[in-house]
Ligand binder design. Structure first.
Ligand code: UT7
Length: 332
């Protein structure tokens, strides 16, 4: 029994924030952002009262419709978000309420930008054990809510977006999630952190003055670790599964920086045509970045049933790892 992605959707808010517009907000320019990061534009949810759930609800509704799934059939719902609507209730509970899903074990996970792979691996365990049969893994990321638009070192990087995937059992061994190696090494904790809002630094005038409700990132340190950790786990999973470069049809990594994507590709040794990348138009949407890129590639007709995909993720924690996924008959 394998777990396969049988449906995939994504949602991006309408507003497009271009490098030109950002250049009028902070001391930056299109040339720097394009060459150092590879982003030209990102989508932003402008409504200050709408949270991350607003980016996932349309994706989940579309997923139910496209896969012909009734809300009451969904027995498990896992939501990854780096920017949950509230401390509680869970963002999963909010999304399920809006989508009429009332018979699922619904909950959030926190694995930062690695959320999609952590989500999928958890869904895989539930499917392989026989515990659940229709699982929605959802990624809801209003990243703009933790971005300081006066800080040029972080504000060009992030965009908002949501994605949802239906994961179901299959008897066909040639499709579905084949394997995953996922880790968390807390030595990275202080280098990529949102300090306020949790129980250590509860929101106060001080945390606002100190800008602790915004992302802090030690860019160079994070960059080096992102490359090393995604490269190592990609190599590890290929070796563990006796895969050579010829066996890999597509590589899709977390979309944080085009230079990181290029470096991982070069170290792993895969040719450029096999890389799925949408960073130029979407930016870094945290846990939603891999599923949005996959969905766009599928819509472009790139992904065929049986294709072997190498996925690699990295995020705050540091959370990181790689997965081998064989593309299924997926409703898009
Ligand atoms: O998704 C979670 C994981 N996150 C990541 O994987 C992100 C990892 N890190 C990165 O992608 C890169 O480190 C950044 C994109 C964040 C920064 O790029 P960098 O090439 O590492 O730049 P830097 O921080 O070393 O800064 C180089 C220069 C500095 O100027 P000086 O000190 O050399 O004069 C910065 O002040 O670039 C300057 N700079 C900018 N200039 C124009 C930094 N941000 C900007 C900007 N526009 N937006």
């Amino acid at each position: 029994m394998k777990a396969a992605i049988t449906g995939l959707t994504h949602y991006l808010p309408d507003y497009v924030l271009t490098n030109e517009e950002l250049s009028q907000m902070v001391d930056t320019n299109d040339e720097w952002i394009t060459t150092r990061v590879g982003i030209k534009e990102r989508h932003i949810l402008k409504d200050p009262h709408a949270g991350s759930s607003a980016l996932a609800i349309p994706a989940v509704k579309e997923l139910l419709e496209k896969t012909g799934t009734c809300p009451e059939e969904v027995d498990c719902f896992i939501c990854a978000s780096s920017a949950p609507d509230y401390r509680w209730p869970s963002t999963a509970a909010i999304i399920c309420d809006a989508c009429d899903i009332r018979h699922a074990m619904a909950y959030d996970i926190q694995a930062a930008c690695s959320g999609f792979l952590f989500n999928l691996n958890q869904a895989r365990a539930f499917i392989e054990s026989g515990l659940y049969k229709k699982i929605i893994v959802c990624q809801a990321e209003k990243c703009s809510s933790f971005v300081d638009y006066t800080d040029r070192s972080t504000c060009p990087l992030f965009g908002d977006g949501g994605a949802a995937a239906l994961v179901e059992p299959t008897d066909d061994d040639s499709i579905g999630i084949q394997d995953a190696v996922l880790y968390t090494n807390g030595e990275g904790n202080d280098h990529l952190i949102l300090k306020a809002g949790g129980s250590v630094n509860v929101p106060s005038h001080q945390t606002v003055d100190d800008k602790w409700s915004y992302i802090y990132q030690d860019g160079r340190y994070v960059f080096k670790n992102a490359v090393t950790m995604m490269t190592q786990t990609s190599g590890e999973i290929m070796k563990k599964n006796n895969l050579t470069l010829e066996d890999i049809d597509w590589v899709c990594t977390h979309q944080a920086n085009k230079r990181i994507i290029d470096a991982v590709r070069q170290y792993v040794g895969v040719s450029e045509e096999k890389v799925i990348c949408n960073i130029e138009k979407v930016g870094n949407t945290s846990s939603a970045s891999i599923p949005i890129a996959l969905h766009m590639a599928a819509q472009e007709g790139k992904l065929k049933k049986g294709d072997t995909l190498l996925l690699a993720a990295f995020g705050s924690g540091f959370t990181y790892g790689a997965m081998i996924l064989k593309w299924a008959d997926c409703k898009i």
